[in-house]
Design a protein around this ligand. Structure first.
Ligand code: NAD
Ligand code: LMR
Length: 339
């Protein structure tokens, strides 16, 4: 028992070792879901979070009561869809994570979730624009390639859009790309950090193995790229109708939130690939694109260029840009027709 407690304490120290320098309220919208619950748990273990605010259309007070018993310092509150529920959940938030929405079942693409999730994200983004316009907004709800542009349009319509504060969370692709190469090469996945650019679905996910010094070829390379691009399908199939990735996504979302908190608390050189309003491919109709982004106290500090890539990676990138343009304009057109 003692040994288990020691291991837990050590792992907490490893994950979240820096000293806390300021108050940080973090809000999760969709906190009672498959992602929301473990994500909220991980955020409760993060000493950089001083207040954890959990909102869902069902069960958030229960999740908050449960997580609130954990013996870390942060205050936990649960909020329901009452007249002031969203306002209370959001006011004063530094970071808002949105994993609200329906997940895929086998045979579906992320785009098949569009009709349901676009409306959910529109409602929640509207509340964020009203009650937490300066928060960093982290979008997990799929299809990310379209829900992020929807949020941008909602914020623009309210006159509070700040492109440095809106992020599509693509961290799970980086986590997978790093894990999968370590399985092939027999390395420690903790030491791998494969850059993944583009967007978050199928062919829009482009891992840049060459930038980590790897040179897989032929079938090995094709299989690797396919696994990174369709890793989500692996989980959807294995869960057999009960949803998509939740636990690995919770870890990825908590990692991205931790990176933002580190950066906002003054740490330099915090870099994560993330899907943001980016100048890189605007000339090809792509207003949002994921590359390595340096984070800072104001959100996006610096968007890195794609950098040197192989001819094979360039071919993947060309397909990605074409698909992304369609996904992004689908979101923008929908929100214009359904403000
Ligand atoms: P889930 O069904 O288990 O949970 C979703 C939660 O959202 C539920 O608790 C539900 O009550 C809540 N919700 C629905 N409408 C809401 C609203 N208007 N306001 C607040 N809460 C609301 O689903 P999940 O497995 O947690 O997945 C959630 C979303 O995340 C899906 O769209 C899924 O595709 C996506 N996802 C994204 C990534 C990524 O890498 N970005 C990874 C995995 C899953
Ligand atoms: C993932 O990559 O696991 C998520 O986007 C969920 C999904 O639908 O695959």
């Amino acid at each position: 028992m003692f040994a288990a407690r020691q291991v837990f304490a050590q792992s907490q120290r490893r994950c979240f070792s820096a000293s806390v320098r300021q108050a940080s309220k973090v809000t999760v919208l969709g906190a009672a879901g498959g992602i929301g619950q473990p994500l909220s748990l991980l955020l409760k273990l993060n000493p950089r979070v001083t207040e954890l605010s959990l909102y869902d259309v069902r069960l958030a007070p229960g999740v908050a009561a449960d997580i609130g018993h954990i013996n870390t310092k942060s205050k936990v509150t649960g909020h329901e869809p009452t007249a002031s529920g969203l306002k209370e959940a959001l006011t004063g938030a530094e970071i808002v994570l949105i994993p609200a929405g329906v997940p895929r079942k086998p045979g579906m693409t992320r785009d098949d979730l569009f009709n349901t999730n676009a409306s959910i994200v529109r409602t929640l983004a509207t509340a964020c624009a009203e009650h937490a316009p300066e928060a960093n907004l982290l979008i997990i709800s799929n299809p990310v390639n379209s829900t992020v542009p929807i949020c941008a349009e909602v914020f623009k319509a309210k006159g509070v859009y700040n492109p440095k504060r809106l992020f599509g969370v693509t961290t799970l692709d980086v986590v997978r790309a790093s894990r999968f190469i370590s399985e092939i090469k027999g390395t420690d996945p903790a030491n791998e950090n494969i850059t993944v650019i583009g967007g978050h679905s199928g062919a829009t996910i482009v891992p840049l193995l060459s930038q980590s010094g790897y040179s897989l070829t032929g079938e090995k390379l094709d299989n690797y790229v396919y696994r990174v691009q369709f890793g989500g399908d692996e989980v959807v199939k294995a869960k057999d109708g009960a949803g998509s990735a939740t636990l690995s996504m919770a870890m990825a979302g908590a990692r991205f939130a931790e990176s933002l908190l580190k950066a906002s608390q003054g740490q330099k050189g915090v870099i994560e690939p993330t899907f943001v309003d980016s100048p890189l491919y605007k000339d090809r109709g792509v207003d949002f694109f994921a590359t390595n982004v340096e984070l800072g106290p104001n959100g996006v500090e610096k968007i890195h260029p794609v950098g040197k890539i192989t001819d094979h990676e360039q071919k993947l990138l060309d397909v990605c840009v074409e698909d992304l343009a369609k996904n992004i304009s689908k979101g923008v057109e929908w929100i214009k027709a359904n403000p």
